[in-house]
Design a binder for this molecule. Structure first.
Ligand code: GLN
Length: 496
């Protein structure tokens, strides 16, 4: 049996072959069977989802022709959903119920999608393994003793395990693409500003972007066409018209120039696993066989992308997370009557935030402090400009840039928690697209000898998601990975 895609489910409802209630029941059953082990969801809203599905079925005249009518979807738990608990996988927001929808969520709903629940993630999207969730880790459906990647781990697991065909994630430094790669699915980070960030709980505002996780590139194109567009509620959103991304998928990559930063990928500090390197090389050859051309490019400053990212991202996070003070939002530490206001702030934050979030707030506060600002924050902004220029230069010779998404396949739960530096190094190939504001996609490109998925990352020109999706779709047509699905997971692997 081939599991249906988003496009299949859309067509099934439009043609009247399947009802929205049936599709919703199937999603809820897949969640009920698997999620005790996989931990993809923080919240499942079964009854509300079924009620909405029933109303879509009843009111066919209204919904017919809407691009996602009747299709179950999952939403990362750092995107605000009106009336549905939104936690960012943090104790500090454990009971937070937003009074409004994120724009991307509202657009999905207007397109007829049915939200079934909110997905697990690293706390405030800080992490690469989902182990920083305050609630529980999520597990990789291909090997349940391994991490699914992060921070949008729950969204990747929901799609990889066939619970939903679409999940929204957010990507500040790879959080859509890396879990998509490690779970064997497609993850798209659009251009900064292509999708409104309104209603996304801010981590690093100059880097954050919302995007889809799906089984196929075609599904990612469909989802992007629904959520993209300018938004008066987000002044950084791009007002440019949204292209017809489905129409861009012609399969034709003849003459397309694919830039490969060979020195960066082969450099020892990238730490690329040999299995990943060989799948990446084979993927490039698949594209060449379709008529694309490889050109060697240099991204000379990309080796500095990780320190640059971790300075900019922590600085912005320390500022964004100042709003969680126990007064306006979320958790407040119990007071004993003698406490003053500062003690209440301190205790609420001490008890409400996890270790990684605290580490980043402290790092970010430090790099912004008088005396260190010039040496760290300002320097990072300068290197960020150099990285952006590297890409400008690369795109003078290439139409897309190719790299592995992650240097290694999924690692074991617990393997890197004691060493934050090891965890941060996993982001070597993903963070520069965020620093430069460019669109990038991860598409499955095979499996390691141990059966773990590997992802090919393509990065495109500013607002040129159409070319990016065309290249990724052309690759996917030949590679045939969408046929590969993990077995249904109902029990966890024994700890090694
Ligand atoms: N792994 C990166 C980090 O921990 C990226 C996170 C993200 O994209 N939200 O910051």
């Amino acid at each position: 049996m081939t599991t249906p895609t988003l496009v299949d489910l859309r067509d099934a409802w439009q043609s009247g072959r399947r009802s929205a209630v049936e599709l919703c029941e199937e999603a809820l059953t897949a969640i009920a069977q698997q999620d005790a082990v996989l931990g993809a969801f923080n919240t499942v809203i079964g009854e509300a989802a079924l009620a909405r599905a029933a109303s879509i079925d009843r009111d066919r005249a209204t919904w017919a022709g809407r691009p996602l009518a009747g299709v179950p979807v999952a939403i990362k738990d750092n995107l605000c959903t009106r009336g549905i608990r939104t936690t960012a996988s943090s104790r500090i927001l454990e009971a937070f119920v937003p009074p409004y929808d994120a724009t991307a969520v509202a657009k999905l709903q207007a397109a007829g999608a049915v939200i079934v629940g909110k997905t697990n993630c690293d706390e405030f999207a800080m992490g690469s393994s989902n182990e920083n969730s305050a609630f529980r880790p999520a597990r990789n459906p291909w090997a349940t003793d391994r991490i699914p990647g992060g921070s949008s781990g729950g969204s990747a697991v929901a799609v990889a395990a066939g619970m939903t065909t679409l999940a929204l994630g957010s990507d500040t430094g790879g959080s859509i693409r890396q879990p998509a790669a490690l779970c064997g699915i497609v993850g798209l980070k659009p251009t900064y500003g292509r999708v409104s960030r309104y209603g996304l709980l801010a981590f690093a505002s100059s880097l954050d972007q919302i995007g889809p996780l799906t089984w196929t590139v075609r599904d990612a194109a469909l989802a992007l066409s629904v959520i993209a567009g300018g938004d008066p509620a987000d002044a950084t959103s791009a007002p440019q018209p949204v292209a017809d991304y489905l129409a861009a998928l012609t399969g034709d990559v003849r003459g397309l120039r694919i830039g490969v930063p060979t020195a960066l990928i082969d450099g020892h500090h990238a730490g690329v696993d040999p299995d990943v390197a060989s799948k990446f090389g084979a993927a490039l050859q698949t594209l060449v066989a379709r008529g694309a051309r490889l050109v060697d490019i240099a991204l000379p400053n990309a080796a500095a992308a990780i320190p640059t990212y971790y300075l900019v991202a922590t600085a912005e996070a320390s500022s964004n997370l100042a709003r969680y003070d126990g007064v306006r939002y979320g958790y407040r530490a119990p007071a004993d009557g003698r406490d003053d206001l500062r003690t209440m702030y301190r205790r609420s934050r001490e008890q409400g935030f996890g270790a990684e979030v605290k580490r980043r707030i402290m790092l970010g506060t430090y790099v912004l402090s008088a005396g260190y600002y010039d040496a760290y924050y300002l320097k990072a902004q300068q290197v960020r400009t150099l990285i952006r220029r590297d890409y400008d230069e690369a795109f003078a010779h290439a139409d897309v840039v190719a790299m592995p998404t992650s240097p290694t396949p999924a690692f074991r739960l617990g393997e890197r928690v004691a060493d934050p530096m090891q965890m941060y190094l996993a982001d070597i190939f993903t963070v520069s697209a965020n620093l430069a504001g460019l669109p990038a996609i991860s598409v499955p490109c095979g499996f390691t000898a141990a059966g773990l998925p590997v992802g090919l990352q393509l990065t495109g020109r500013h607002l040129d998601e159409a070319t990016l999706l065309r290249a990724a779709d052309a690759y996917e047509r030949d590679a045939g990975w969408p046929e590969h699905r993990p077995a249904r997971v109902t029990t966890a692997a024994e700890p090694a």
